[in-house]
Design a protein around this ligand. Structure first.
Ligand code: PA5
Length: 332
């Protein structure tokens, strides 16, 4: 897992260079007028879709929805760009959605390393972005899949980003800060040992929090809770009335970026005073970087390392996800 997390920058570069070698169709060739995007992927193959949604929120020319179940929204038709993402290519929810998208005539592109998704993509001539088999660990592909998804949207003319510049800057900044990031991650993991992490941020950072939650679940083998501002001000805040022994087990992590709404910043300040009446375990984490993309990548890289070090603290192997495999085989 150590090497997989360390390969973050390399994956950004690989995704960029490999993408240039793909032969993808373009909407212009097919005379399609894409009016919406639907992405389907579960777990480690789905979170990239949520991250891309927040990264492109002010760039996208059409609505974009991420689905994580068997059924698709009823509006899907031949003007939908449908993205099926499954590392193994055999995830049943993704396959069910892919079948439905085919029936409805959507324009289909697949991200996979093999399985049935690859078979279908090859048979039907769908656009295909191959994922390398990085130790058969879907969640370790995130930098590759996010970059590939962004490049796809760029290729189809649905967003415009100067990727070469963005990726170069992110890689340079990671290389300079690598040791500092790992040190911060290690300290955080030590602070989180034996605690129930509660992650809060502006809603624009929600996918990063969910990624961190999933990494804590799968790598560190423990539960974690996520809620975002301003929504949590309208419900969850009232729930901060737990018995003292449970409160002493919580640790709040407040995430910030330069792109948070100013009213959310104010809300967070007021809420911190409220939280302080219940728990003293509050840590602030600020994203670093010159663009939103860079800040997103920074938070993912930092929190991936936190989950890795937390696994060490918990004395567990971050790699296996036996219970997921058990569940999948029980469903067959
Ligand atoms: O990390 C994991 O193994 C899971 O979250 C998987 O990504 C998830 O079960 C979906 O499988 P796949 O990525 O093969 O579609």
């Amino acid at each position: 897992m150590n090497e997989l997390i360390s390969s973050f920058s390399q994956q950004l570069e690989d995704a960029y260079f490999n993408f240039q070698k793909l032969s993808l169709s373009s909407f212009l060739d097919k005379n399609r007028n894409i009016s919406n995007i639907v992405m389907v992927g579960l777990g480690g193959s789905g979170i990239g879709g949520n991250l891309v949604q927040t990264i492109t929120r002010s760039l996208l020319k059409v609505p974009y929805q991420v689905c994580k179940t068997y059924n698709l929204p009823s509006y899907i038709d031949e003007n939908t760009l449908f993205i099926a993402s499954s590392f193994s290519g055999n995830t049943e929810e993704t396959l069910a959605s892919l079948e439905e998208a085919q029936r409805k005539g959507a324009y289909i592109v697949c991200l996979t390393s093999g399985g049935k998704v690859k078979e279908i993509a090859n048979q039907k001539g769908f656009d295909l972005v191959p994922l390398k088999s990085l130790a058969a660990c879907p969640r370790a592909h995130l930098p590759y899949s996010v970059t590939s998804l962004l490049l796809l949207l760029n290729h189809y003319g649905l967003i415009e980003i100067d990727f070469e510049k963005e990726i170069k800057e992110t890689v340079e900044s990671f290389n300079q800060k690598d040791e500092i990031i790992k040190k911060e991650a290690k300290q955080l993991a030590i602070a989180l040992k034996g605690k129930f992490p509660i992650l809060y941020a502006d809603a624009i950072l929600e996918p990063m929090l969910i990624r961190f939650q999933q990494q804590i679940n799968e790598n560190a083998k423990q539960l974690c809770h996520v809620a975002v501002f301003p929504e949590m001000n309208h419900n969850e805040l009232v729930g901060w009335h737990l018995p003292k022994d449970i409160l002493s087990k919580t640790h709040i992590l407040l995430f910030h970026s330069d792109y948070d709404h100013e009213r959310v910043n104010r809300r967070m300040e007021i809420c911190e005073n409220i939280f302080n009446k219940h728990t003293t375990a509050i840590t602030h984490i600020s994203a670093k970087g010159n663009s939103f993309l860079e800040q997103v990548f920074y938070l993912i890289y930092l929190t991936d390392w936190v989950s890795y070090y937390l696994a060490e603290e918990n004395g567990v192997d971050p790699f296996p996800v036996e219970v997921i495999n058990y569940l999948k085989s029980s469903l067959q």
